[in-house]
Design a protein around this ligand. Structure first.
Ligand code: NDP
Ligand code: 2IT
Length: 449
C-alpha cells in the first residue's frame, strides 16, 4: 500500500519488537493494520479508545505440556497451544492444528485472522486458535487417541460451549475431534457443544465436512459473477492440498462444470488434463491416509511431480490454494498471471505471501482473501453450535443454503467496504475493514476490556 501513517507504522514496529520471531503473525498483522489505516480518519473513536492496541494483543494465551505414551511404551512430549484472541462479539471460535511446524507465531496469526473471518460470517463468534506440534502422520490410531486424550486433559479447563469452541484444521479431522470430545465428556460428564466438526452420530452438523470447500467455491463464483468474468463451467482449476478443504472444493467445482487438473500434498503434485478423479483422492487421503503420489499408480493418464510448489506452473483459469500458509510466493503468482489465471480464492489461511497478493491485485486477477473466501467452515461450525443449543438437527439442504447465503453476503460486504474506502475490487482491504468494524464497535461498547 502506498503510504502508511506514522501511527500505524509505529504500531507495526512495536508489534514486531514485542513478538520476536513470530514471522507469520507479523505478516498477517501488517496486512490487516495497513488496511485499517484507511478508516482511522473517519473513526477517531478507534484511536480515542486504543482499539488497535487492544486488538493486536490476545486476551489470553495458554501453552501447555502434552505428555503421551507411544505404541512402544515410550513417553513422548509435545507442546499444546490455545490462543483466545478476541471475545468481543461472541465465544472464542477457531480450529486446532496438529502439525510439526506449529509454534506460537503460527497459532497467533491464525487466531488473529480468525477474529475478522468470524465477524464477516455475521454470526456471534469471537476469534481463537490452537493446536500442537504433534505430527499425526505415521502414527497409529491408538497413538493419535492417546495424544488427543492428553491434549484435552489440559484444554478442557479453558473451553466451554459459551466460552471457547475449538474445531479442526490441518491434521485435525473427524477422528481427532471424536477422541477429544470423548475425553472432554469423560472428564466433565457434560454432553455439550464444546467442539464443532463432530460426527453425525453425536451432535455434528450435516455439511460441516463440505463447508469450507463448498463455501470457497460459492465465494469465488460470486466474485466472478459480479465482475462479469463468467463462472466455473468449462474452466480449468488448480487446487493445492488434498485434505478437507481441497477435496470438497474439488467436489463443488466439478458440480459446477469445472475441471480440476491438479492437486497436491506436502510431497508433490499430480496433474491430469482430463481431470483428477475425486473418488480416488478421497480413498487415498481420507480412508487409507496415503501419499498423493499413489494416485498415478491407479490413473495412468496422470503424472506426479516431486515438490508441492511446482503446482503453480500448471496453467489454469482459477487457482484455489488450499494447503497451507505462504505456499504461493511472488514468482509463483507471476507464473499464474502469465498463464492466464483469472481468479484466485484462498481456501487455506494466508497461502499467498504479501508480495504474491500484490502481484494478483496489480495484475487485475480477482483475489478472494482467506478470511473471506474460506469462512464457510467456521460459519457452518457456528450453525452446528446453534443446532446443539436447540438440540435439533437441520437438513443438509438447509445448512448448505445458509452457507451459500453467508458466502454471498461476505463477498458483498467486502466489496462494499473496499469501494467505500476508495479501493474498488480490492477484497483484501474490503474484508479487513468489513470484519473489523463490528469487532471495534463491540469492543468500544464494552468499555476497557
Ligand atoms: P488437512 O489436514 O485436511 O489437509 C491439509 C493439506 O495440505 C494436505 O494435503 C497436506 O499435505 C497439505 N499441507 C499441509 N501442510 C503443508 C505444508 N507445510 N506444505 C505443503 N502442503 C501442506 O487440512 P485442511 O484441508 O483442513 O486445511 C487446509 C488449509 O485450509 C489450512 O490452511 C487451514 O488452516 C485452512 N482452513 C481449514 C478449514 C477447515 O474447516 N478445515 C477452514 C478454513 C481454513 P500432507 O498430507 O502431505 O501434509
Ligand atoms: O481456519 C478456520 O476457519 C478453521 N479451521 C475452522 C474453524 C472452526 O471453528 O470451524
Amino acid at each position: 500500500m502506498a503510504s502508511t501513517s506514522k501511527y500505524v507504522s509505529e504500531l507495526i514496529e512495536k508489534l514486531i519488537a514485542k513478538n520476536k520471531g513470530e514471522s507469520e503473525f507479523h505478516q498477517a498483522a501488517t496486512e490487516i493494520l495497513e488496511s485499517l489505516d484507511l478508516i482511522l480518519d473517519k473513526h477517531p473513536e478507534y484511536l480515542e479508545n486504543s482499539v488497535l492496541e487492544r486488538f493486536v494483543e490476545p486476551e489470553r494465551v495458554v501453552m501447555f505440556r502434552v505428555p503421551w505414551v507411544d505404541d512402544k511404551g515410550k513417553m513422548q512430549v509435545n507442546r499444546g497451544f490455545r490462543v483466545q484472541f478476541n471475545s468481543a462479539i461472541g465465544p472464542y471460535k477457531g480450529g486446532l492444528r496438529f502439525h510439526p511446524s506449529v509454534n506460537l507465531g503460527i497459532i497467533k496469526f491464525l487466531g488473529f485472522e480468525q477474529i475478522l473471518k468470524n465477524s464477516l460470517t455475521g454470526l456471534a463468534i469471537g476469534g481463537g486458535k490452537g493446536g500442537s506440534d504433534f505430527d499425526p502422520k505415521g502414527k497409529s490410531d491408538n497413538e493419535v487417541m492417546h495424544f488427543c486424550q492428553s491434549f484435552m486433559t489440559e484444554l478442557h479447563k479453558h473451553i466451554g460451549a459459551d466460552v471457547d469452541v475449538p474445531a479442526g484444521d490441518i491434521g485435525v479431522g473427524g477422528r481427532e475431534i471424536g477422541y477429544m470430545y470423548g475425553q472432554y465428556k469423560r472428564m466433565t460428564g457434560l454432553s455439550v457443544g464444546i467442539l464443532t466438526g463432530k460426527g453425525l452420530s453425536y451432535g455434528g452438523s450435516l455439511a460441516r465436512t463440505e463447508a469450507t470447500g463448498y463455501g470457497l467455491v460459492y465465494f469465488v463464483e460470486e466474485m466472478m459473477r459480479s465482475n462479469h468474468k463468467g463462472d466455473f463451467n468449462g474452466k480449468n482449476v488448480v487446487i493445492s492440498g488434498s485434505g478437507n478443504v481441497a477435496i470438497y472444493a474439488h467436489q463443488k467445482v466439478t458440480d459446477l462444470g469445472g475441471t480440476v487438473v491438479a492437486m497436491s500434498d506436502s510431497a508433490g503434485y499430480i496433474y491430469d488434463p482430463k481431470g483428477i478423479n475425486l473418488d480416488t483422492v478421497k480413498q487415498l487421503k481420507e480412508v487409507e491416509r496415503k501419499r498423493i503420489s499413489e494416485y498415478v499408480k491407479i490413473h495412468k493418464s496422470a503424472t506426479y511431480t516431486e515438490g508441492c510448489f511446482g503446482i503453480w506452473n500448471v496453467p489454469c483459469e482459477i487457482a484455489l490454494p488450499s494447503a497451507t500458509q505462504n505456499e504461493i510466493d511472488e514468482q509463483s503468482a507471476k507464473t499464474l498471471v502469465k498463464n492466464g489465471c483469472l481468479a484466485v480464492g484462498e481456501g487455506a489461511n494466508m497461502p499467498a505471501t504479501l508480495d504474491a497478493t500484490n502481484v494478483f491485485l496489480k495484475s487485475g486477477v480477482l483475489f478472494g482473501p482467506g478470511k473471506a473466501a474460506n469462512a464457510g467452515g467456521v460459519a457452518v461450525s457456528a450453525l452446528e453450535m446453534s443446532q446443539n443449543s436447540q438440540r435439533l438437527d437441520w437438513t443438509f439442504e438447509k445448512v448448505d443454503a445458509k452457507l451459500k447465503d453467508i458466502m454471498i453476503n461476505i463477498f458483498n460486504e467486502s466489496a462494499k467496504a473496499a469501494k467505500e474506502y476508495g479501493h474498488d475490487g480490492n477484497y483484501v482491504i474490503g474484508a479487513n475493514i468489513a470484519g473489523f468494524k463490528k469487532v471495534a464497535e463491540a469492543m468500544i461498547a464494552q468499555g476497557a476490556v
